[in-house]
Design a protein around this ligand. Structure first.
Ligand code: AVI
Length: 319
């Protein structure tokens, strides 16, 4: 364990972090839904890490390949004194490629899952003794501020993994607008964005043969059972993921295997057989479509890297 870790607790209980409120509101709605940020308890973060290693899930390894090839160019654009701020840091290994190329004076990892965040940032502090390592536990889908040490210090924000795709396009633009406000005048944003492609490749990535994505989706119900007063039975739901081409997104659902009534915190909710609980959208963009979105949030697209197959993109946006 490293003593060098600076920890900032920026959780805001009023800002939509409550699983209870989310489930009670989402189960009462038509169609039923729960926001994907609730996937990431400890088990969910571990399962996501495992998804990233599945052969069908191309985004992680493709983004790593792009970053490995582009790291020196990125370092040149960012400049020598840029602090690195990683959003949704989790167990990310990608940031190591950047740390090694940029050699920044300080790093801040921001994540919603405290345990995972502590573990991964402590490891970074151990492995890079020259680096000042900060960790902020925060829900970055809500407006937030950078800790003082990072304010106005030429930060480069890094938002990998196409997590931007988990917002609806309107929310994505609002989120990018918040980030634009968060960064100092000469700051930049390096962001990974999954690209549109054929249905087969996309659907395979969200229906891996080992069943890890299914377990990740169903863990949301396990979490409701563990953390709330609920009799929900995860076994009575099935994982479903498909490409909604018209909307340019993968949709994930949990489908009720039978007609059932579920109790949560004293309230009862009816699920018909085949009724779906919508748990995630994962939007896929064209390069131009994403650039337009970024411009709409005030950013200036400066550089772009993709892989030879055109599966994934990494954009450098200037504030
Ligand atoms: C975190 N996010 C970008 C992943 C995605 O691909 O949308 C989450 C995920 N859901 C199922 N598999 C991976």
């Amino acid at each position: 364990m490293s003593a060098a870790l600076h920890f900032h607790d920026q959780r805001r209980t009023e800002a939509g972090l409550s699983l209870r409120d989310e489930v009670l509101a989402g189960f009462a709605d038509t169609p039923k839904h729960v926001a994907p940020k609730f996937f990431y308890d400890r088990r969910g973060s571990e399962l996501f890490d495992s998804i990233c290693r599945q052969p069908e899930y191309y985004p992680t390894r493709t983004e790593e390949l792009i970053l490995r090839r582009a790291a020196n160019d990125i370092a040149e654009i960012a400049g020598a004194d840029a602090s690195l701020v990683e959003l949704g840091s989790g167990a990310s290994r990608k940031v190591r490629l950047l740390l090694e190329a940029l050699h920044p004076p300080r790093y801040l990892g921001i994540d919603i899952s405290e345990e995972f965040l502590r573990r991964s940032t402590e490891l970074l502090a151990t492995d890079y003794p020259w680096l000042e390592v900060h960790a902020a536990c925060a829900d970055f889908s809500q407006p937030m501020r950078l800790p003082e040490d990072f304010d106005g210090r030429h930060p480069l924000a890094f938002f990998p993994g196409s997590s931007i795709g988990n917002f609806d396009p309107d929310e994505a633009q609002a989120f990018l607008g918040n980030l634009h406000g968060l960064l100092a005048e000469d700051g930049g944003l390096l962001i990974g964005v999954d690209l549109r492609k054929d249905r087969r490749t996309l659907e395979a990535a969200y229906n891996d043969r080992a069943g890890v994505t299914a377990a990740f989706n169903l863990n949301l119900l396990e979490r409701i059972r563990r953390e709330l007063d609920s009799d929900i039975e995860p076994d009575s739901f099935s994982h479903r993921a498909f490409y909604n081409e018209a909307a340019s997104r993968i949709e994930m659902h949990l489908v009720s295997r039978r007609t059932q009534e579920v109790r949560v915190e004293g309230e009862r909710f009816r699920f018909a057989e085949g009724e779906s609980l919508h748990t995630e959208n994962s939007y896929k963009y064209s390069v131009d479509g994403f650039r337009d979105l970024a411009r709409g949030a005030g950013f200036r697209p400066l550089a772009l890297w993709t892989d030879p197959q055109g599966l994934f993109s990494v954009h450098y946006l200037q504030r």
